[in-house]
Write a protein that binds this ligand. Sequence first.
Ligand code: SF4
Length: 349
Amino acid sequence: MADTAAASGKAPLLKVEDLRKHFPIRQGFFGRVVAQVRAVDGVTFDVYPGETMAVVGESGCGKTTAGRCLVRAFEPTGGSIVYRNRNGQEVALDSLDNKELKPVRRELRMIFQDPFSSLNPRMTVMDIIGDPLKVHRIASGSELEDRVADMLLRVGLRPEYMRRYPHAFSGGQRQRIGIAKALILSPQLVVADEAVSALDVSVQAQILNLLQDLQAEFNLTYVFIAHDLSVVEYIANRVSVMYVGKLVEKAATDELYHNPKHPYTEALLSAVPRPDPRERSQRIVLEGDVPDPAHPPSGCYFHPRCRYAQDVCATETPELRPIGEGHEVACHLAEDLDLRGITDLVPRD
Ligand code: SF4
């Protein structure tokens, strides 16, 4: 997918700079703070109108926390989030109080991972999808019903289902309901947090197609959070790779998949399922788990798991820096490594 949005010269819809979200660890009778979990620790990126910007990484890397900070479901510890609203005004999301946030929340919506737990089982589909219209006093009565019926059609569900409860639907249908709820207020920006990872592969493809169709129809911008790079390859214009609360690589999707510059990205790409058995055998297995963000390793956080690590990697923290057109990486050895992309995971010699 081409990097059309960023290359179009449009101003960003969202500018995230040095975003931080730390959670204190308290101990003892007085709840003294003994450490900080640095779930998001200095993340910077822009999101352009009409594009899909993916944030990827293993579970526990901080991508969901970052996504929740964007819609202010979590209060950021520091940094700035500047959003350009429908009137073209730049709004500093991180400094708004609840009253000021309310109109912005109409334009910034979230799709959640688990379609089984994110819908209230005691509410009908009409109440679930129509609730944001009531909360924001946009529609009621028959107008609300008409809007819900219209939205159900747009997400591929029949309007006569609106009196049913979530348990009557399959996983894919429930995610369609979750998407309808997110879109009923005609948002500009949607943060989709692992929106297809709880679904079967065949259903995932249907939901991804639906998200792409709706993006074109409503001119939506997506921040797409995922751990599965095969899903991201299909939907994203640009990809940011996250590791222990920091971005380690950013690039247009094609560039990142074919010319990765960070060893962590290379390892993630090697896990993408490929039809050719020779490619499958080239999987790079990362030893160990993602480090504890309360006690990250010294230097490059990836060095205990990196097969290319040198002495400098254990002592000096690499900064995210440009390495090519729209391509940034945080690795001391980025210029020297010849990493394998998605199409060349077979041995080169
Ligand atoms: Fe590996 Fe060193 Fe690069 Fe970190 S800085 S990714 S340890 S080579």
